[in-house]
Design a protein around this ligand. Sequence first.
Ligand SMILES: [Zn+2]
Length: 440
Amino acid sequence: MKLGIIDYMIIILSVAILGVAYVLFIDEDNSIGTLFNSPTYTVSFDLNGADSITANNVVCNNTRDGCVATLPTAKRNNGSIIGFSLNPDDKNALYKENETITLTSDMKLYVISSKNRIIKIDSSDVDFIEKKEVSCQTFNKESECQVELPRFNKKGYQNIGYSTTKNNKTGNSVAAGKDISVAKIEYLMGTSYMLNDESDNLVLYPKYERVGGSYNVQSYGLIHGNYVEYSSSCSINTIKGYLDEIYNHMPFLFTGAKINYVSSAEFNNNWKWLGEEAVKRVWAVTYTGYTDNWIEKVDDHIKPNTIDIKCDADGVYHTLVHEMVHTWDNYYSVKKGDIGPKVISRKNENGGYDIIKPINSMPDIKEIYDKYNTRSACSGKFYCARKISEFVAEMFSHYYDAFMIKKSLLKESDYPADIKKVIEKYICVAKNNYQETGCV
Ligand SMILES: [Zn+2]
Protein backbone atom coordinates (compact mmCIF):
# COMPACT_ATOMS: atom_id res chain seq x y z
CA MET A 1 0.00 0.00 0.00
CA LYS A 2 0.99 3.57 -0.46
CA LEU A 3 1.18 5.74 2.63
CA GLY A 4 0.63 9.43 2.92
CA ILE A 5 2.10 11.75 5.55
CA ILE A 6 -1.02 11.37 7.73
CA ASP A 7 -0.58 7.64 7.82
CA TYR A 8 2.99 8.06 9.09
CA MET A 9 1.82 10.46 11.75
CA ILE A 10 -0.82 8.00 12.93
CA ILE A 11 1.75 5.28 13.16
CA ILE A 12 4.25 7.45 15.02
CA LEU A 13 1.51 8.62 17.38
CA SER A 14 0.48 5.00 18.04
CA VAL A 15 4.07 4.18 18.80
CA ALA A 16 4.33 7.08 21.25
CA ILE A 17 1.12 6.06 22.99
CA LEU A 18 2.21 2.45 23.34
CA GLY A 19 5.47 3.70 24.75
CA VAL A 20 7.57 1.20 22.86
CA ALA A 21 10.31 1.99 20.42
CA TYR A 22 9.24 0.79 17.03
CA VAL A 23 11.09 1.09 13.83
CA LEU A 24 9.33 1.50 10.57
CA PHE A 25 11.00 0.27 7.47
CA ILE A 26 9.95 1.78 4.22
CA ASP A 27 10.72 -0.19 1.12
CA GLU A 28 12.26 1.51 -1.89
CA ASP A 29 8.90 1.93 -3.50
CA ASN A 30 7.89 3.86 -0.38
CA SER A 31 5.68 1.00 0.79
CA ILE A 32 5.95 -0.36 4.27
CA GLY A 33 8.14 -3.41 4.36
CA THR A 34 8.27 -4.58 7.92
CA LEU A 35 6.92 -3.16 11.06
CA PHE A 36 8.18 -4.94 14.16
CA ASN A 37 8.93 -4.61 17.82
CA SER A 38 12.57 -3.51 17.97
CA PRO A 39 13.88 -2.41 21.35
CA THR A 40 17.63 -2.18 21.82
CA TYR A 41 19.59 -4.34 24.20
CA THR A 42 22.95 -4.10 25.89
CA VAL A 43 25.69 -6.67 26.25
CA SER A 44 27.91 -6.01 29.24
CA PHE A 45 31.24 -7.73 29.74
CA ASP A 46 33.15 -9.09 32.68
CA LEU A 47 36.92 -9.36 32.17
CA ASN A 48 36.92 -12.55 34.23
CA GLY A 49 40.70 -12.68 34.49
CA ALA A 50 41.55 -10.96 31.20
CA ASP A 51 43.37 -7.61 31.32
CA SER A 52 41.46 -5.38 28.94
CA ILE A 53 38.61 -5.19 26.45
CA THR A 54 37.90 -2.75 23.62
CA ALA A 55 34.40 -1.99 24.96
CA ASN A 56 32.89 -2.48 28.38
CA ASN A 57 29.49 -2.90 26.84
CA VAL A 58 27.88 -2.84 23.41
CA VAL A 59 24.37 -1.86 22.37
CA CYS A 60 22.75 -3.65 19.47
CA ASN A 61 21.52 -2.00 16.27
CA ASN A 62 18.18 -2.91 14.82
CA THR A 63 18.24 -4.35 11.36
CA ARG A 64 15.86 -6.32 9.28
CA ASP A 65 17.25 -9.46 10.98
CA GLY A 66 16.84 -8.24 14.55
CA CYS A 67 18.96 -6.28 16.97
CA VAL A 68 22.54 -7.18 16.20
CA ALA A 69 25.77 -6.37 17.95
CA THR A 70 29.39 -7.02 17.14
CA LEU A 71 31.38 -8.29 20.07
CA PRO A 72 34.60 -6.50 21.02
CA THR A 73 38.09 -7.95 21.38
CA ALA A 74 39.87 -8.57 24.67
CA LYS A 75 43.46 -9.01 25.75
CA ARG A 76 45.17 -11.13 28.36
CA ASN A 77 48.81 -10.36 29.05
CA ASN A 78 50.94 -13.45 28.42
CA GLY A 79 47.78 -15.41 27.71
CA SER A 80 45.17 -15.86 25.05
CA ILE A 81 41.54 -15.01 24.57
CA ILE A 82 39.23 -17.90 23.76
CA GLY A 83 36.06 -15.85 23.41
CA PHE A 84 32.95 -15.09 25.45
CA SER A 85 30.50 -17.17 27.41
CA LEU A 86 27.55 -16.86 29.76
CA ASN A 87 29.32 -18.82 32.49
CA PRO A 88 32.49 -17.40 34.08
CA ASP A 89 33.90 -20.91 34.61
CA ASP A 90 33.57 -22.08 31.02
CA LYS A 91 36.72 -23.12 29.20
CA ASN A 92 35.14 -23.05 25.76
CA ALA A 93 33.63 -20.00 24.14
CA LEU A 94 30.00 -19.53 23.19
CA TYR A 95 30.97 -16.58 20.99
CA LYS A 96 34.23 -15.52 19.38
CA GLU A 97 35.77 -12.07 19.44
CA ASN A 98 34.36 -9.81 16.68
CA GLU A 99 31.42 -12.16 16.20
CA THR A 100 28.10 -10.55 15.30
CA ILE A 101 25.25 -11.79 17.44
CA THR A 102 21.51 -11.13 17.56
CA LEU A 103 20.14 -10.04 20.91
CA THR A 104 16.70 -10.72 22.30
CA SER A 105 17.45 -9.41 25.76
CA ASP A 106 20.18 -7.71 27.75
CA MET A 107 23.07 -10.01 28.25
CA LYS A 108 26.17 -10.39 30.38
CA LEU A 109 29.13 -12.12 28.83
CA TYR A 110 32.31 -13.28 30.50
CA VAL A 111 35.61 -13.16 28.70
CA ILE A 112 37.00 -16.69 28.47
CA SER A 113 40.79 -16.66 28.51
CA SER A 114 43.69 -18.90 29.35
CA LYS A 115 47.28 -18.70 30.36
CA ASN A 116 49.90 -21.34 29.69
CA ARG A 117 52.19 -21.85 32.67
CA ILE A 118 55.54 -23.51 32.15
CA ILE A 119 58.49 -24.65 34.21
CA LYS A 120 61.62 -25.38 32.20
CA ILE A 121 64.25 -27.88 33.31
CA ASP A 122 67.92 -27.32 32.59
CA SER A 123 68.92 -30.91 31.90
CA SER A 124 72.43 -30.25 30.60
CA ASP A 125 73.98 -31.87 33.64
CA VAL A 126 72.07 -35.15 33.88
CA ASP A 127 71.92 -38.40 31.89
CA PHE A 128 68.18 -38.71 31.70
CA ILE A 129 65.23 -36.39 31.97
CA GLU A 130 61.62 -37.38 31.49
CA LYS A 131 60.57 -34.01 30.11
CA LYS A 132 62.48 -30.80 29.53
CA GLU A 133 59.53 -28.70 30.55
CA VAL A 134 56.20 -29.16 32.21
CA SER A 135 53.21 -26.97 31.66
CA CYS A 136 49.58 -26.58 32.50
CA GLN A 137 46.87 -24.06 31.68
CA THR A 138 44.90 -21.82 33.95
CA PHE A 139 41.56 -20.53 32.73
CA ASN A 140 39.83 -17.27 33.54
CA LYS A 141 40.38 -16.31 37.20
CA GLU A 142 42.12 -19.55 38.19
CA SER A 143 45.41 -18.64 39.84
CA GLU A 144 47.21 -21.97 39.65
CA CYS A 145 47.34 -25.33 37.95
CA GLN A 146 49.09 -28.55 38.83
CA VAL A 147 52.03 -30.27 37.22
CA GLU A 148 54.21 -33.19 38.20
CA LEU A 149 57.90 -32.48 38.12
CA PRO A 150 59.70 -34.92 35.82
CA ARG A 151 62.13 -37.60 36.94
CA PHE A 152 65.76 -37.23 36.06
CA ASN A 153 68.79 -39.39 36.59
CA LYS A 154 72.45 -38.82 37.12
CA LYS A 155 74.21 -42.13 36.76
CA GLY A 156 75.72 -43.39 39.99
CA TYR A 157 74.15 -40.67 42.10
CA GLN A 158 71.11 -40.18 44.26
CA ASN A 159 68.65 -37.84 42.65
CA ILE A 160 65.79 -36.21 44.43
CA GLY A 161 64.91 -32.79 43.32
CA TYR A 162 65.51 -29.41 41.84
CA SER A 163 66.80 -26.04 42.77
CA THR A 164 66.18 -22.67 41.21
CA THR A 165 69.89 -21.86 41.36
CA LYS A 166 72.38 -23.45 39.05
CA ASN A 167 75.58 -23.01 40.97
CA ASN A 168 74.89 -24.21 44.44
CA LYS A 169 76.28 -27.22 46.17
CA THR A 170 75.61 -30.22 44.01
CA GLY A 171 77.14 -33.38 42.77
CA ASN A 172 79.18 -33.82 45.91
CA SER A 173 80.13 -37.16 47.20
CA VAL A 174 79.43 -36.86 50.87
CA ALA A 175 82.02 -38.37 53.14
CA ALA A 176 81.02 -41.82 54.27
CA GLY A 177 79.36 -41.87 57.65
CA LYS A 178 78.46 -38.18 57.56
CA ASP A 179 74.93 -36.97 57.52
CA ILE A 180 74.12 -36.08 53.98
CA SER A 181 72.81 -32.64 53.29
CA VAL A 182 71.72 -32.02 49.79
CA ALA A 183 72.02 -28.36 49.18
CA LYS A 184 69.25 -26.19 47.96
CA ILE A 185 66.69 -28.77 47.06
CA GLU A 186 63.57 -26.73 46.66
CA TYR A 187 61.42 -29.09 44.64
CA LEU A 188 61.09 -32.85 44.89
CA MET A 189 60.99 -34.72 41.62
CA GLY A 190 58.02 -36.85 40.75
CA THR A 191 55.66 -34.88 42.96
CA SER A 192 52.97 -32.39 42.17
CA TYR A 193 53.42 -28.65 42.23
CA MET A 194 51.15 -25.76 41.56
CA LEU A 195 52.21 -23.30 38.90
CA ASN A 196 51.11 -19.71 39.32
CA ASP A 197 52.29 -16.15 38.72
CA GLU A 198 55.28 -16.71 41.00
CA SER A 199 56.47 -19.71 39.03
CA ASP A 200 56.33 -18.06 35.62
CA ASN A 201 59.71 -18.07 33.90
CA LEU A 202 61.15 -20.44 36.47
CA VAL A 203 64.02 -22.68 35.40
CA LEU A 204 64.83 -25.66 37.59
CA TYR A 205 68.21 -27.37 37.93
CA PRO A 206 68.44 -31.06 38.85
CA LYS A 207 70.42 -31.78 42.01
CA TYR A 208 72.11 -35.03 42.93
CA GLU A 209 74.51 -36.34 45.50
CA ARG A 210 76.01 -39.56 46.58
CA VAL A 211 76.79 -41.07 49.96
CA GLY A 212 80.17 -42.78 49.84
CA GLY A 213 81.26 -43.64 46.35
CA SER A 214 79.18 -44.16 43.28
CA TYR A 215 78.43 -47.59 41.87
CA ASN A 216 79.63 -48.79 38.53
CA VAL A 217 76.12 -49.42 37.32
CA GLN A 218 74.22 -49.47 34.06
CA SER A 219 71.15 -47.37 33.62
CA TYR A 220 68.00 -49.28 32.88
CA GLY A 221 65.53 -46.42 32.98
CA LEU A 222 62.18 -45.87 34.59
CA ILE A 223 60.16 -48.80 35.83
CA HIS A 224 56.71 -47.54 36.79
CA GLY A 225 58.28 -44.17 37.60
CA ASN A 226 61.22 -45.39 39.65
CA TYR A 227 64.63 -45.06 38.03
CA VAL A 228 66.58 -48.31 38.09
CA GLU A 229 70.31 -48.86 37.72
CA TYR A 230 71.92 -52.25 37.96
CA SER A 231 75.28 -53.87 38.15
CA SER A 232 76.31 -56.12 35.28
CA SER A 233 76.56 -58.97 37.79
CA CYS A 234 72.80 -58.74 38.48
CA SER A 235 69.86 -59.76 36.34
CA ILE A 236 67.83 -56.74 35.42
CA ASN A 237 64.96 -59.04 34.40
CA THR A 238 64.69 -60.39 37.91
CA ILE A 239 64.21 -56.98 39.50
CA LYS A 240 61.93 -55.91 36.68
CA GLY A 241 59.75 -58.95 37.42
CA TYR A 242 59.63 -58.06 41.13
CA LEU A 243 58.80 -54.45 40.39
CA ASP A 244 56.03 -55.38 37.95
CA GLU A 245 54.54 -57.64 40.58
CA ILE A 246 54.75 -54.97 43.30
CA TYR A 247 53.20 -52.47 40.92
CA ASN A 248 50.23 -54.81 40.36
CA HIS A 249 49.51 -55.00 44.07
CA MET A 250 50.81 -51.78 45.59
CA PRO A 251 51.26 -49.22 42.80
CA PHE A 252 51.44 -46.41 45.35
CA LEU A 253 54.88 -47.61 46.48
CA PHE A 254 56.36 -46.17 43.28
CA THR A 255 57.24 -42.71 44.48
CA GLY A 256 60.02 -41.98 42.04
CA ALA A 257 62.75 -43.36 44.27
CA LYS A 258 65.92 -44.59 42.62
CA ILE A 259 66.84 -48.23 42.91
CA ASN A 260 70.43 -49.45 42.64
CA TYR A 261 70.49 -53.21 42.10
CA VAL A 262 74.02 -54.32 42.92
CA SER A 263 76.00 -57.34 44.01
CA SER A 264 76.72 -58.04 47.68
CA ALA A 265 80.39 -57.33 47.06
CA GLU A 266 79.65 -53.90 45.60
CA PHE A 267 77.11 -53.10 48.28
CA ASN A 268 79.39 -54.20 51.12
CA ASN A 269 82.20 -52.11 49.72
CA ASN A 270 80.08 -48.99 49.35
CA TRP A 271 78.54 -49.25 52.80
CA LYS A 272 81.53 -50.70 54.64
CA TRP A 273 81.68 -47.65 56.88
CA LEU A 274 78.59 -49.08 58.58
CA GLY A 275 80.86 -51.86 59.82
CA GLU A 276 81.96 -54.91 57.91
CA GLU A 277 79.90 -57.37 59.92
CA ALA A 278 76.80 -55.19 59.92
CA VAL A 279 76.88 -54.67 56.20
CA LYS A 280 76.98 -58.39 55.56
CA ARG A 281 73.70 -58.84 57.40
CA VAL A 282 72.02 -55.91 55.69
CA TRP A 283 70.43 -56.65 52.32
CA ALA A 284 69.43 -53.15 51.44
CA VAL A 285 69.69 -49.55 52.52
CA THR A 286 67.10 -46.94 51.85
CA TYR A 287 68.57 -43.53 52.10
CA THR A 288 65.59 -41.39 52.68
CA GLY A 289 63.88 -39.06 55.04
CA TYR A 290 63.18 -35.52 55.97
CA THR A 291 63.68 -33.64 59.12
CA ASP A 292 60.62 -32.13 60.69
CA ASN A 293 60.82 -28.72 59.16
CA TRP A 294 62.49 -29.32 55.85
CA ILE A 295 60.36 -26.91 53.93
CA GLU A 296 61.22 -24.01 56.21
CA LYS A 297 64.90 -24.75 55.99
CA VAL A 298 64.65 -26.20 52.60
CA ASP A 299 68.33 -25.76 51.87
CA ASP A 300 69.61 -28.69 53.78
CA HIS A 301 66.87 -30.81 55.19
CA ILE A 302 65.92 -33.17 52.44
CA LYS A 303 67.65 -36.46 52.16
CA PRO A 304 67.85 -38.56 49.05
CA ASN A 305 65.33 -41.18 48.27
CA THR A 306 67.42 -44.04 47.02
CA ILE A 307 67.39 -47.76 47.59
CA ASP A 308 70.61 -49.74 47.34
CA ILE A 309 69.75 -53.41 47.25
CA LYS A 310 71.76 -56.61 46.89
CA CYS A 311 70.72 -58.66 43.90
CA ASP A 312 72.19 -61.88 45.25
CA ALA A 313 70.62 -61.89 48.71
CA ASP A 314 67.80 -64.18 49.80
CA GLY A 315 64.29 -62.81 49.94
CA VAL A 316 65.08 -59.80 47.78
CA TYR A 317 61.44 -59.48 46.73
CA HIS A 318 60.37 -59.05 50.36
CA THR A 319 63.23 -56.65 51.12
CA LEU A 320 62.36 -54.61 48.07
CA VAL A 321 58.79 -54.08 49.30
CA HIS A 322 60.15 -53.19 52.75
CA GLU A 323 62.51 -50.56 51.30
CA MET A 324 59.88 -49.15 48.98
CA VAL A 325 57.53 -48.75 51.94
CA HIS A 326 60.23 -46.58 53.56
CA THR A 327 60.30 -44.30 50.54
CA TRP A 328 56.51 -44.14 50.39
CA ASP A 329 56.29 -43.62 54.16
CA ASN A 330 58.32 -40.43 53.88
CA TYR A 331 56.37 -39.15 50.95
CA TYR A 332 52.99 -39.88 52.47
CA SER A 333 51.77 -36.34 53.13
CA VAL A 334 53.29 -35.13 49.87
CA LYS A 335 51.41 -37.80 47.96
CA LYS A 336 48.30 -37.14 49.97
CA GLY A 337 48.46 -33.53 48.87
CA ASP A 338 48.74 -32.15 52.41
CA ILE A 339 51.98 -30.51 51.43
CA GLY A 340 54.06 -29.92 48.42
CA PRO A 341 53.69 -26.87 46.28
CA LYS A 342 56.78 -24.95 47.28
CA VAL A 343 55.95 -22.53 44.52
CA ILE A 344 53.01 -21.18 46.42
CA SER A 345 54.74 -21.84 49.73
CA ARG A 346 51.74 -23.55 51.27
CA LYS A 347 51.85 -21.42 54.38
CA ASN A 348 49.55 -22.80 57.02
CA GLU A 349 47.10 -20.90 59.21
CA ASN A 350 49.76 -20.21 61.83
CA GLY A 351 52.02 -18.52 59.32
CA GLY A 352 54.51 -21.38 59.34
CA TYR A 353 55.06 -23.88 56.59
CA ASP A 354 53.44 -27.25 56.36
CA ILE A 355 55.56 -30.16 57.38
CA ILE A 356 55.91 -33.42 55.55
CA LYS A 357 54.35 -36.10 57.67
CA PRO A 358 55.22 -39.74 57.14
CA ILE A 359 52.60 -42.43 57.39
CA ASN A 360 54.29 -43.52 60.61
CA SER A 361 53.03 -40.35 62.29
CA MET A 362 49.37 -41.27 61.75
CA PRO A 363 47.59 -41.81 65.11
CA ASP A 364 46.16 -45.25 64.31
CA ILE A 365 49.56 -46.49 63.08
CA LYS A 366 51.18 -45.20 66.28
CA GLU A 367 48.51 -46.84 68.39
CA ILE A 368 49.03 -50.26 66.86
CA TYR A 369 52.82 -49.89 67.06
CA ASP A 370 52.63 -49.02 70.76
CA LYS A 371 50.37 -51.98 71.42
CA TYR A 372 52.62 -54.53 69.75
CA ASN A 373 55.97 -53.17 70.84
CA THR A 374 55.33 -52.99 74.57
CA ARG A 375 54.42 -56.63 74.85
CA SER A 376 57.15 -58.58 76.53
CA ALA A 377 56.17 -61.59 74.48
CA CYS A 378 56.83 -59.85 71.20
CA SER A 379 60.46 -60.86 71.03
CA GLY A 380 61.23 -62.63 67.79
CA LYS A 381 57.86 -61.83 66.28
CA PHE A 382 57.68 -60.01 62.98
CA TYR A 383 55.92 -57.05 64.53
CA CYS A 384 58.73 -56.33 66.97
CA ALA A 385 60.53 -53.39 65.47
CA ARG A 386 63.09 -51.06 66.92
CA LYS A 387 61.53 -48.04 65.24
CA ILE A 388 58.05 -47.19 64.11
CA SER A 389 59.31 -46.64 60.55
CA GLU A 390 60.66 -50.22 60.57
CA PHE A 391 57.36 -51.44 62.00
CA VAL A 392 55.49 -49.79 59.14
CA ALA A 393 57.85 -51.22 56.52
CA GLU A 394 57.53 -54.73 57.98
CA MET A 395 53.75 -54.60 58.37
CA PHE A 396 53.24 -53.65 54.74
CA SER A 397 55.85 -56.03 53.34
CA HIS A 398 54.56 -58.99 55.37
CA TYR A 399 51.02 -58.09 54.33
CA TYR A 400 52.25 -58.20 50.75
CA ASP A 401 53.77 -61.66 51.30
CA ALA A 402 50.85 -63.16 53.19
CA PHE A 403 47.81 -61.70 51.49
CA MET A 404 48.85 -60.43 48.10
CA ILE A 405 51.38 -62.77 46.56
CA LYS A 406 51.02 -65.53 49.16
CA LYS A 407 54.69 -66.42 49.11
CA SER A 408 54.24 -67.11 52.81
CA LEU A 409 57.27 -65.65 54.45
CA LEU A 410 54.43 -65.14 56.84
CA LYS A 411 51.21 -67.13 57.04
CA GLU A 412 47.90 -65.29 56.96
CA SER A 413 47.04 -66.75 60.37
CA ASP A 414 50.19 -65.25 61.91
CA TYR A 415 49.16 -61.75 60.94
CA PRO A 416 47.18 -60.07 63.78
CA ALA A 417 43.70 -58.99 62.73
CA ASP A 418 43.95 -55.50 64.25
CA ILE A 419 47.21 -54.73 62.44
CA LYS A 420 45.66 -56.07 59.23
CA LYS A 421 42.73 -53.69 59.60
CA VAL A 422 44.95 -50.62 59.93
CA ILE A 423 47.27 -51.67 57.09
CA GLU A 424 44.31 -52.34 54.80
CA LYS A 425 42.92 -48.93 55.62
CA TYR A 426 46.08 -47.22 54.35
CA ILE A 427 46.32 -49.46 51.29
CA CYS A 428 42.75 -48.45 50.54
CA VAL A 429 43.48 -44.74 51.11
CA ALA A 430 46.52 -44.87 48.81
CA LYS A 431 44.63 -46.70 46.08
CA ASN A 432 41.72 -44.30 46.53
CA ASN A 433 43.86 -41.34 45.50
CA TYR A 434 44.45 -40.56 49.18
CA GLN A 435 40.78 -39.99 49.97
CA GLU A 436 39.86 -41.61 53.27
CA THR A 437 36.16 -41.84 52.46
CA GLY A 438 35.13 -45.48 52.35
CA CYS A 439 38.46 -46.71 53.73
CA VAL A 440 37.96 -46.68 57.50
ZN1 LIG B 1 63.94 -50.84 57.05
